[in-house]
Design a protein around this ligand. Structure first.
Ligand code: PLP
Length: 396
């Protein structure tokens, strides 16, 4: 049956890991793959996660299935973390959270929900965006279109062009936005731009799909969801997808959620049951382990404080590395403008390099960034900055 299938090319970003692992150089620098790394190059198990793991293992009495909606304590924790308990939709019973296998599972479930009622609704994705967005949303049968977002050469947001494009979308079109730490650009909208965007979304009756994968790594846990909370409070309907991969370091535990905010408790309940139906068709029920860890951390004041402290440290380290890289580049490449790196947020920035330069970085300097010249700031340490800057001095 499958003899007609041709080998599918490796995901270019995952391919970087393989190329990096195969490189025998002792000077190599990996700023390609999108996972947090500490000073030693490790993607650490957070302390609170380690403590919660021991508690969960000791308290666990069964490995029986979770319900399709997932771990109830986790869903409560995510609602509080993302929307906050005083959010009008939470107070009025118009919000529901359903655990999913990671943020990817949440995106796919959200796309399936849209496809169920409006299969012809386009989904507008920023140009550029995380390469898995078109795959996940298009894979659910939706058509994706790209709205102007960021110019990698001038390193600026294309906000006017973005608004002009969004004005052309039909009512009911889905607008995917990243509330903070935009992947791959690191460039987030300014407050006045969010205000304008919310007004446009309401006027044009677009359905926002807010993809939250980096809460806590931009400005802080609350600040990173400020505009998400405003948007979800002001529009009649909204979907939010949440990933705990980065902020809890739970990548392989596949821990995420989809949140629906609707007009009424009745409508929200109907959406909830349909989300469960769609989940049942796809994977039945999510894995428990990561969700149990988040629920345990959230419910315990000491663990929660330890988690927040470590997350604050990760965010501060990213901001410091950004400043150090921008300063080092300014000193070594005086004619070029790299101050944008310090102004941006989260794990990524786009260097705006031509494909040939990206290739030469890898081939001649053992510096591995993504094909679009996205760098993972967390992959840099002091020595990594030196190597990246020295290579750019040679190549640009
Ligand atoms: C923008 C964005 N959304 C969603 C995800 C999904 O994350 P996961 O499926 O690992 O929870 C990621 C992961 O890199 C991401 O960068």
């Amino acid at each position: 049956m499958f003899e007609s299938l041709k080998a599918f090319p490796t995901d270019p970003i995952l391919g970087i890991s393989a190329a990096y692992a195969a490189d025998a150089s002792t000077d190599k620098v990996d700023v390609g793959v999108g996972v947090y790394r500490d000073e030693t190059g490790q993607t650490p198990v957070m302390k609170a996660v380690r403590l919660a793991t021991a508690r969960v293992a000791a308290a666990e009495t069964t490995k029986s299935y979770l319900p399709t909606s997932g771990n109830a304590g986790f869903n409560r924790a995510i609602t509080e973390l993302v929307l906050g308990l005083s959010h009008p939709a939470v107070v009025e019973g118009r919000a529901v959270t359903l655990q999913t296998p990671g943020g990817c599972g949440a995106l796919r479930l959200a796309a399936d929900l849209v496809h169920l009622v409006a299969p012809l609704s386009p989904v507008a994705l920023s140009a550029p965006t995380w390469p898995n967005h078109p795959a996940l949303l298009g894979g659910a049968g939706l058509t994706t279109v790209a709205y102007p977002y960021y110019d990698a050469v001038s390193r600026t947001l294309r906000f006017d062009a973005m608004l002009a494009f969004l004005e052309t979308l039909p009512p009911g079109a889905v607008l995917l936005l990243q509330p903070s730490c935009h992947n791959p650009t690191g460039a987030d909208l300014a407050p006045a731009q969010w205000e304008e965007l919310i007004a446009l979304v309401k006027r044009r009756s677009l359905l926002p799909l807010l993809d939250l994968a980096y809460q806590g790594l931009g400005e802080g846990l609350e600040a990173d969801v400020h505009w998400l909370r405003r948007m979800t409070a002001e529009v009649p309907e909204c979907l939010v997808t949440v990933s705990c991969s980065k902020n809890f370091g739970l990548y392989r535990e596949r821990t995420g959620a989809v949140i629906y905010v609707g007009r009424s408790p009745v409508e929200t309940q109907a959406v909830h049951t349909n989300l469960m139906m769609l989940a049942r068709r796809m994977y039945s029920m999510p894995p428990d382990h990561g969700a149990a860890l988040v629920a345990t951390i959230w419910a315990d004041a000491e663990l929660r404080a330890a988690w927040q402290q470590e997350l604050d440290g990760m965010r501060e380290r990213l901001a410091r590395l950004r400043r150090e890289l921008a300063t080092a580049l300014a000193a070594s490449l005086p004619g070029q403008e790299y101050s944008f790196i310090a102004a941006q947020r989260g794990m990524f920035s786009l260097l705006g390099l031509a494909p040939g330069v990206v290739e030469a970085l890898r081939r001649d300097h053992h510096v591995y960034c993504a094909p679009d010249s996205r760098i993972n700031i967390a992959g840099l340490s002091g020595i990594g900055i030196e190597r990246l800057v020295a290579a750019l001095v040679r190549l640009t």
